[in-house]
Write a protein that binds this ligand. Sequence first.
Ligand code: BGC
Ligand code: NOJ
Length: 813
Amino acid sequence: MKFGYFDDPNKEYVITTPKTPLPWINYLGSSNFFSLISNTCGGYSFYKDAKLLRLTRYRYNNVPTDEGGRYYYIKDGDTVWNPGWQPVKTELDSYECRHGMGYSRYTSEKNGLEASLLAFVPVDENCEVNQLTFTNKSDKAKEFSVFSYIEFCLWNAMDDMTNFQRNLNIGEVEVVGSTIYHKTEYRERRNHFAVFSVNAPIDGFDTSRDEFLGAYRGVNDPQVVAEGKSHNSIASGWSPIASQQINVTLQPGESKSFIYVLGYCENLEDEKFVAPNVINKKPADELLAKFQTNEQVEASLAALKANWEDLLSKFTVHSDEEKLDRMVNIWNQYQCMVTFNMSRSASYYESGIGRGMGFRDSCQDLLGFVHLIPERARQRIIDIASTQFEDGSAYHQYQPLTKKGNADIGSGFNDDPLWLIAGTSAYIRETGDTSILEEMVPFDNDESKAVTLMEHLKRSFDYIVNHKGPHNLPLIGRADWNDCLNLNCFSEHPGESFQTFGPSEGPVAESVFIGGMFVMYGKEYADLCAYTGDQAEADRAMKEVAAMNDAVLDGGWDGDWFVRAYDAQSNPIGSKSCEEGQIYIEPQGFCVLAGIGVETGEAKKALDSVKEKLDTKYGIVLLQPPYTRYHVELGEISSYPPGYKENAGIFCHNNPWISCAETVIGRGNRAFEIYKKTCPAYIEDISEIHCTEPYVYSQMIAGKDAHFFGQAKNSWLTGTAAWTFVNVSQYILGVVPTLNGLSINPCIPSEMGTKFTMTRKYREGVYNITVENLNKVEKGVTKLIVDGKELTNTTVVPYEKGKAEYNVTVVMG
Ligand code: BGC
Ligand code: NOJ
């Protein structure tokens, strides 16, 4: 069943009922100011950091679900309704929500009155704009009132929902004209305040939540709205809100718009006040002046759309596969931007107060983002590398506001160092900018310990070389990519964090997965060394890579698939000899991706085993058989009920690894089959089973051992976004940035037809690519024609400095 449809020309998903199985959300903002917004107008806003600078409140896992957002109550006679249906939930005569690139638009109608709400965060502005347009569609004049409502968060979202003995005393506001200023803690150590304003005279306001809602009432039935008259309340402590009342009269056919702005403003320390405890409102005045007229709003929306048109023009495909095209050209890249911005901090499943930026997560997010805005990727790489330690290990997370490593979680996740090589290599292959390798970058944010980024990569590489176990495989530490395989943890008491309990280093527990990663990214490290003239280091690196390749094939091969790891007693995990968890997805994907066993047949065997043992109709599960009891020697993985999360859920992040791996051995049909199984656009028709948004990936779909097989959770913030984009663009469509130029070597399914075209902006050039496949092969390039000239024995279009356009024909056969 579907709850909407894709509108590709407008790059929108159109939701046609507010009653989606779960809230279906969108993200507004792309640099500093962000909002989450659901299909019923729920969600919240923050500036830079969802934990430390939260503007509006949101109650996670609330009942009823998703209550709290930017709400407009329309009181038309005895009927009260909202354009987004929530929170009053009056049945609407019509409803539509369009989630687009950085904006959402809601159009609803009730009793002949249409309300259209446009919400977006303008490019490079610290505010959310809500343009609310009313149209009288009836044949009689209409008189009604509109009451706006947002609830302020007292900035630190963690404190806001826990430290009530303090924070119920500190709320403060100012009201001037149609503008409400939220200034909690401004009198002391904050130099920022929030503002909520409307561009029209108002008929009343409220800033006290309890006055507005009334005792024991909820946002679904505010007292003030029921009475039809604001109380003009001034909040003092308790819970500050912003609400404005506007009485509107509309003749038949007449329209009127109101522009509401929620903004974040800062003042210099010595310019905070114009009188004792009275805010200097200059920055707010300047911000609000930009959004006073419909023309200003339209121009700002047009700029936002143009920005996205430009970003999404960097990679496009036009093929017979409509759903593939829409994911590649629109939604997958959009999600890559969101994961780059948010890491794993704020979604409807991540509370914004838990994790900051993840070291491995952000490095992987880069892989799907770097072609969009390489300059931002560059800065991110430097920020991430600055949280590395001198021995090559790294803080597992850092806070976006301070950019400092998070000491609570510390280090010891032994895959982290290699992801830095992955991210940096992707950036250099995309841009050719090797100057980044010469940047001086600190260790642990200590500038006195700065070395070149290249030296950081060397430390990353050597961390693995210097931390090997009895099988000459990398030590796993606290965990590798699979945060739940905690082999040195041995946690026996509830509340101990699986990720930080126990020693971070164990003498023997090893990871075959990191072995695969080392072979893959060790080669990329060697390439970078050779490319920048250090052939001796490249040779040394390739020797280590060859040794690891052998170690994986010796100690890491189980006969029909790759072993997953060795535990603290050196017993294999993910082996036929195990009672449960005999085969895991991760090493099959990554070892083959790295090229291990491709020549000697292990790669094909491993992928065949994946198909036989792990595949399901909704995607490939992480392991089989699932753990049915808690294994203290394995940790969190066995804490999940069978079929959920890492315990045999369909982890969407590593399904693309298998798809990529299939292309490495040339099986385009199988690669595409895997791609389609978890791809949102391809499973839109089963939204009632899948439940999460049909335009973005979720982290996990419940596996075949779970009660709700096929149901997804944790949408939006997942490495799946970047990896599916890498898979589809680089491995299936085959467009790979290399150090020397763009390589085009597709591995495709029969349904791609005999011809498709792509455009790729790469460095200074635009590549217009036509792929011809008259013989319908799955892989293989017989001819590469660049601007009419045939190149032999290569898939790489050599990079020519400054050249603006390349016309490329790739003939498969
Ligand atoms: C989840 C993992 C996640 C980890 C982060 C675990 O509870 O299952 O998916 O990586 O938390 O700390
Ligand atoms: C989610 C985490 O954000 C990511 O870092 C981890 O690799 C996966 N879960 C798997 O555990």
